[in-house]
Design a protein around this ligand. Structure first.
Ligand SMILES: [Zn+2]
Length: 338
């Protein structure tokens, strides 16, 4: 598995590669014979088409009851996704399996180029993939606002921008067959719109991002290098009155970023973050309690060590005598120190 930049290849030509993949995917989709179309979901389905579904767990011909269930699932998904999606929300709504795969298999992602708010990322591919890299497009919906907000430095504006709603797309099969329909009905699809309900792969319409998208979202949310890249695009947008901000990542910069980023960033949901914060609070509270009320005896000081066994040192005894205490009193104090 590629852990550093060896998977990256040449950035020059990567945009062409992404376009070619999108075109061949579109051609395949148009030729696909068993798409369940929107007008069929709403009731115009002819059962003689014998389309299949896995709703309920097993593959079988779909019925009109299934269509009603699909309509309900669309309504539920649209409610859940109302108001668009942010990088954090993509992570939160994803399947744990996809997050685990993103964590263990897709260890790196890097922005390659930007045209205004539309940023192309490349990620490494999983161990069983036919390709060495994948293309994830992220469209930052509030890019115009981040350029116009002159009270913020470009870097501050980038920090704000990466928490705002976005759209995304990935060229992999999981995104295509499981999630592209969801991003289309949720209004955050940044590639080819998918109108065919995923009746076989994902009839419950759960999850939202493949492992490549999740890796990119984790970087969008937290990576300093992504903030820096976005700040360059914002700065370019502020320089150009025609609103045409294009930035290209240099090959050597991308390679340097990947080489510096050997340990993959953790893929964390809001719940993961809350748990980590609670654990940290507990650790701090415990540390404070130990300091205020030590359960272990402190290491004895030199003076205490001398007192142990009943002995005060000569200077201490002399001091007590100087203070006018009798020998008996001094002996009693000395004994009490045992
Ligand atoms: Zn993907």
């Amino acid at each position: 598995m590629a852990t550093t930049g060896s998977w990256l290849g040449k950035l020059a030509g990567a945009a062409g590669e992404a376009k070619a993949r999108a075109a061949s995917e579109k051609a395949e989709r148009l030729a696909a014979p068993s798409i369940l179309r929107p007008n069929e979901i709403t009731g115009e389905y002819d059962a003689s088409r014998l389309l299949m579904t896995t709703l309920g767990g097993e593959i079988r011909p779909l019925t009109h009851d299934d269509l009603a269930a699909f309509r309900r699932n669309v309504g539920t998904a649209q409610k859940r996704l109302k108001g668009g999606i942010t990088a954090r929300k993509v992570l939160d709504l994803s399947w744990a399996d996809d997050r685990n795969r993103a964590q263990s298999q897709i260890r790196q992602a890097v922005p390659m180029s930007a045209s205004n708010g539309r940023v192309r990322f490349v990620t490494s591919a999983g161990p069983d993939s036919k390709v060495s890299r994948h293309h994830v497009t992220v469209e930052f919906m509030s890019f115009g606002a981040s350029v116009s907000a002159g009270s913020k430095t470009p870097l501050q504006a980038a920090g704000w921008l990466r928490k705002q709603p976005l759209k995304f797309d990935c060229d992999c099969e999981r995104h295509t067959f499981w999630f592209r329909y969801i991003s289309t009905i949720g209004g955050f699809n940044a590639g080819r719109a998918e109108t065919g309900f995923p009746k076989i792969r994902n009839p419950g319409l759960s999850g939202v991002g493949c492992k490549h998208v999740l890796r990119v979202m984790a970087e969008v949310e937290s990576a300093g290098t992504v903030a820096l890249f976005l700040s360059k695009v914002i700065a370019r947008g502020r320089e150009n009155d025609d609103g045409n901000a294009k930035v290209r990542q240099a090959q050597r910069d991308a390679e340097a970023q990947l080489a510096a980023n050997k340990r993959p960033r953790e893929i964390k949901t809001t719940t993961d973050r809350q748990k980590a914060a609670a654990a940290a609070r507990e650790r701090r509270a415990l540390a404070q309690a130990v300091t205020a009320n030590p359960s272990k005896p402190k290491k004895p000081t030199a003076a205490t060590r001398r007192m142990a066994g009943g002995g005060m040192n000569k200077a201490q005894l002399a001091l007590l005598a100087k203070m006018g205490l009798s020998e008996q009193q001094i002996a009693a104090i000395n004994a009490a120190g045992k």
